[in-house]
Design a protein around this ligand. Structure first.
Ligand code: AMP
Length: 206
């Protein structure tokens, strides 16, 4: 049987990492709404520029756009894992109107851990490889191990924007947790990556 899953968690909860591994293991389509929006922004079109503004401020982009991306991507998918969607009750209701979700997986971490993890993140400006000043440092400070590219901070990873994103998470995304309460799998996200991954698989009965 295939899975139709959503993955919820604050910034820095490890959603993206777990989503990539889960989609591969369960052989289901993975949609990262954040990645889809960053791709849209990188086009540099008028809509792309508008999207970039929301990303830079750490705010949710308008639902018309996320609805369109979502509908296009899940239309022909049998099983799927939505990473970073839904992030508001309005989005959860829209999703429910077009498909049925089996489980919502919540990766839970405290605000302190969220800020610490995000603020230390760096990405290679050439290949996009991810590093962390404390948890996954490069061999040479500020340089990518693979291609020597300069390591930079994503615009929405500054401490100020992370705090704004947490505020939005508590106000707009937390109600989504209650929306899915009968289908919710709550996972402690402050454990090591492999432990979180095993806990999710066990909760899914895999
Ligand atoms: P993420 O890559 O999941 O950390 O998301 C990065 C940013 O993309 C968020 O701070 C929002 O600005 C935007 N974003 C991601 N998912 C959504 C969503 N479901 N609805 C609105 N905006 C979103």
């Amino acid at each position: 049987m295939t899975h139709r899953l959503v993955l919820i968690g604050p910034p820095g909860s490890g959603k993206g990492t777990q989503a990539r591994r889960l989609a591969e293991r369960l052989k289901i389509m993975h949609l990262s709404m954040g990645d889809a929006l960053r791709t849209e922004a990188a086009r540099g079109s008028p809509i792309g520029k508008e999207v970039q503004g929301y990303l830079d401020r750490g705010e949710l982009v308008p639902v018309e756009l996320t609805n369109r991306i979502l509908a296009q991507r899940i239309e022909h998918a049998d099983g799927f894992l939505l990473d970073g969607y839904p992030r508001s009750l309005e989005q959860a209701r829209f999703l429910e109107s077009i498909t049925t979700i089996d489980h919502a997986i919540l990766i839970d971490v405290s605000d302190e851990v969220s800020v610490e993890r995000i603020a230390g993140r760096r990405i290679c400006s050439v290949c996009g490889k991810e590093y962390h000043a404390r948890f996954a440092p490069p061999k040479i400070d500020g340089k990518c191990d693979d291609d020597g590219g300069e390591l930079v901070q994503r615009s929405d990873h500054s401490p100020e924007i992370v705090r704004n994103r947490l505020l939005i998470y508590h106000e707009q995304t937390e109600p989504v947790i209650s929306f899915y309460k009968e289908r919710l799998l709550r996972i402690d996200g402050e454990q090591p990556i492999d432990t979180v991954f095993s806990a999710i698989l066990a909760a899914l009965g895999e």
